[in-house]
Ligand binder design. Structure first.
Ligand SMILES: C[S@@+](CC[C@H](N)C(=O)[O-])C[C@H]1O[C@@H](n2cnc3c(N)ncnc32)[C@H](O)[C@@H]1O
Length: 199
């Protein structure tokens, strides 16, 4: 399995995320998971489990490439029998077509230079009519937040950070096979998107 930079920072991830998101992530979580009931959900790039154990589906599979992130997630969900965690690559999901009722993809899309194949594979593993729920930072209009994003992009993410505006998100999701796309700007600097597998 290839390694990610998250292996080195797993222990500090929750703390840094809280600081960098200025405490907003915890508050947004209820909104993120509010629509996601159903039988089986995938938390794609689940990390330390900011969202995993809060998803309201009967069963949740969390997938991530980084062992250290999964270990922290596992410790949070030790007593939660509905959560199963696996190590795997978002570019090559080890699931059959039409498996999940919902796919969650939170704070992770900006990590990938090439997001289109990940969105297409998320679409493949969703059942018809299944939902994708994406939450991430996005291109803000506000000049102060724009400057903050430049800091995040170049200092925190070492230049490896890919973010989109709402028009670009709509286009990406449409091309990946989603329709009924809804987008809500949250705290002026992040976006909560929802799309439905078309067909
Ligand atoms: C910024 S964290 C987000 C974690 C979590 N979703 C959250 O909301 O806090 C990005 C996650 O993507 C994972 N990741 C990076 N590349 C990956 C890949 N190719 N396949 C699966 N996970 C990957 C990292 O290990 C990390 O846990």
């Amino acid at each position: 399995m290839k390694k990610t930079r998250f292996e080195a920072i797993a222990k500090y991830y929750d703390f840094f995320t809280k600081v960098l998101m200025m405490g907003t992530y915890g508050r947004v979580r209820e909104r993120i998971v509010s629509s996601g009931d159903g039988e089986l959900a995938l938390d794609l790039c689940c990390g330390t489990g900011y969202v995993t154990g809060h998803i309201k589906a009967k069963r949740v599979v969390g997938l991530d490439l980084t062992r250290g992130m999964l270990m922290i997630n596992r410790s949070k969900n030790r007593d939660n029998p509905s959560v199963k965690l696996i190590q795997g690559d978002a570019y090559n999901l080890p699931f059959k077509e039409d498996t999940f009722d919902a796919v969650y993809f939170t704070l992770a899309s900006h990590e990938f230079r090439n997001i289109a194949p990940i969105l297409r594979d998320a679409n493949r593993v969703l059942k018809k009519g299944g939902k994708i729920i994406i939450y991430d930072i996005f291109k803000p209009g506000n000049p102060l937040l724009k400057a903050y994003m430049v800091f995040v992009r170049h200092v925190v993410e070492f230049g490896k950070c890919w973010i989109y505006d709402i028009g670009e998100w709509r286009d990406l999701l449409k091309r990946a096979g989603f329709d009924e796309v809804k987008a809500d700007v949250v705290y002026k600097a992040s976006v909560l998107l929802q799309g439905r597998k078309a067909g």
